[in-house]
Design a protein around this ligand. Structure first.
Ligand SMILES: Nc1ncnc2c1ncn2[C@@H]1O[C@H](COP(=O)(O)OP(=O)(O)OP(=O)(O)O)[C@@H](O)[C@H]1O
Ligand SMILES: [Mg+2]
Length: 513
């Protein structure tokens, strides 16, 4: 008998979207079960139904052979089902231990026995090898630790089945390895894990079985060792996916972005970007390789006008833009696909069509004589939805109703279409499915070939290597190497510089610039 079964689940959202259509699948006790599928296929919806966050329109959930009604997360927790979301849901101003214990003691409301909470957190954290700092405030801990807090919180509440919705989307490769080690510990303790990801390599590495969703339906469940990455991709997309980009050689043009001795201090006064200098030219993709947390985020924020540098200069077409603020930077035709799409990217309540023009609503054809032109705005929205394959009923839907990956596509579409001089793409394919990755990669390269200057920052080294004309390595806030992207620039070679094992001399860097 399976541990947990979904039988013919149907979910129709109030706006009429059918997110799940006759979905049936089964989870066995003690397995790691991966769920894959394109953006908008219905994965998160199905998980929210299992966790009591959404009510199914029809169908049945069966736990250990018994039909159950999971109408609230509270009920799910009572039944031993825990979930960690695509977007975290912790209380920032509370400590790690408080968050883990919060709401556990019935009748006690928000009151937490602190000493007990800290002791319990330590014990759990050791049992599963999920390292956290019990007394740190959640707002001060890195994203990987926040996620471990969410997992511990679910375990503390007695989760036997743990649902993880895209847990690795926000993790560095190293944190992903740590998470996988913790998942294996959970399995040793007879827990069961359901795991959503867009990275098929991870599916092959960690899962026992994998279920594939496409267009709101369950296509099937296969045993992981009987399948391959191309096989899974085909099931997901319904066609062959090649994942190759067509990247013709091109003569780069003049320098567009010039960064000179740029230095940024963090709140504690430490230089997190330290005397960084480089150029990005017309018709060139400069990729930044580096372990996350080595200054890339702060560098991008400074270039985009979201952070003021402590020293140095940023020039676009020889005009200084540092310290101008995001709006002026945009007016200098610098666009930015932000790494954190939920806080910097979209207005959730507004429609897709409106989000696509927030930076240009006052210009033709979207406005004339001070009046907005709703028809033009809507038409533009429809065109972009079509071109970028955004899964939605129509362009008038609020962005908040989109799946995670489709929100990302809205941002990418908006930034691509603003006719920039410089495009800063930070983690542009984070959370998007393989078909969309293929599309975004080809778009980036096409625009570079057409003359755009692109700065690419990605935690995915293979992405950097595939797309870049030059690769710059950052370590500890500094530029430690620069390479023309030739076949002898391998992952191993870059890795050495990324981990601080070695660095180039100024002359060596100059020679590759
Ligand atoms: N609250 C909501 N209201 C209306 N429609 C919704 C809502 N949440 C999701 N949808 C729609 O349901 C469909 C499935 O979305 P879901 O979030 O389940 O996809 P997903 O497979 O998790 O995608 P992703 O890989 O991008 O996270 C999408 O078309 C989405 O727009
Ligand atoms: Mg999702």
């Amino acid at each position: 008998m399976p541990l947990l079964e979904a039988r013919q689940i149907v979910k129709v959202y109030p706006n009429g979207v059918r997110a799940n259509q006759d979905v049936s699948f089964a989870i066995e006790q003690g397995e790691i079960h991966a769920i894959v599928g394109e953006n908008g296929a219905g994965k998160s919806t199905l998980m929210k139904i299992l966790y009591g966050l959404e009510t199914p329109t029809a169908g049945q959930i069966v736990l250990r052979g018994q039909p159950v009604h999971i109408d609230t997360p509270h009920r799910a927790i009572d039944l031993g089902i825990g979930m960690v979301h695509q977007n975290f849901m912790l209380v920032d101003s509370f400590t790690v231990a408080e968050n883990i214990a919060l709401g556990r003691e019935p009748g006690n409301g928000l009151v937490v026995n602190r000493a007990q909470a800290i002791a319990d957190t330590r014990r759990l954290s050791e049992t599963y090898g999920l390292h956290v700092e019990p007394t740190a405030r959640v707002e001060t801990v890195p994203v990987g630790m926040r996620q471990r807090v969410e997992i511990l919180k679910a375990l503390y509440r007695g989760a036997e089945i743990l649902i993880l919705d895209e847990p690795t989307a926000v993790l560095t490769p190293r944190e992903t390895n740590d998470l996988f080690a913790a998942i294996r510990n959970l399995i040793k303790e007879r827990k069961t894990v359901i795991f959503i990801t867009h990275k098929l390599r991870e599916v092959i590495e960690i899962s026992d079985r994998v279920s594939v969703m496409r267009d709101s339906r369950m296509i099937g469940t296969v045993t992981t060792r009987d399948t391959t990455i191309p096989g899974l991709a085909r099931m997901m997309v319904g066609r062959e996916v090649f994942m190759v980009v067509d990247k013709p050689p091109v003569q780069r043009g003049k320098s567009v972005l010039a960064v000179r001795n740029l230095t940024c201090a963090n709140e504690a006064g430490r230089a997190v970007v330290n005397h960084v200098s480089f150029n990005v030219h017309e018709a060139e993709i400069l990729g930044i390789a580096g372990v996350e947390g080595n200054g890339q985020t702060e560098l991008v924020e400074t270039l985009a006008g979201l952070r003021a540098p402590t020293a140095g200069q940023v020039l676009v077409d020889e005009q200084p833009i540092h310290g101008l603020g995001p709006r002026k930077v945009r007016e200098a035709r610098v666009t930015h696909i932000p790494e954190d799409r939920l806080t910097n990217g979209v207005a959730r309540e507004s429609s897709i069509a409106d989000n696509l023009i927030v930076d240009r609503y006052y210009r033709a054809p979207f406005a004339s004589g001070g009046l907005l032109n709703p028809a033009a705005i809507l038409q533009n929205g429809r065109n972009m939805v079509q071109e970028f394959g955004i899964v939605t009923r129509d362009a008038e839907q609020p962005v908040g109703s989109l799946s995670g990956g489709n929100m990302q596509k809205v941002i990418v579409a908006r930034e691509f279409s603003s006719s920039p001089r410089l495009l800063i793409a930070a983690q542009p394919t984070r959370g998007v499915d393989i078909g969309a990755i293929e599309f975004i990669h080809q778009q980036l390269v096409n625009r570079r070939t057409a003359g755009l200057a692109i700065l690419l920052v990605s935690a995915d080294l293979q992405e950097v290597m595939k797309l870049s004309d030059r690769i710059m390595v950052m370590y500890n806030g500094e530029v430690v190497a620069m390479f023309r992207n030739t076949p002898d620039v391998t992952e191993e070679k870059l890795g050495l510089y990324m981990l601080g094992g070695t660095r180039q001399t100024a002359a060596e860097m100059e020679a590759q610039s």
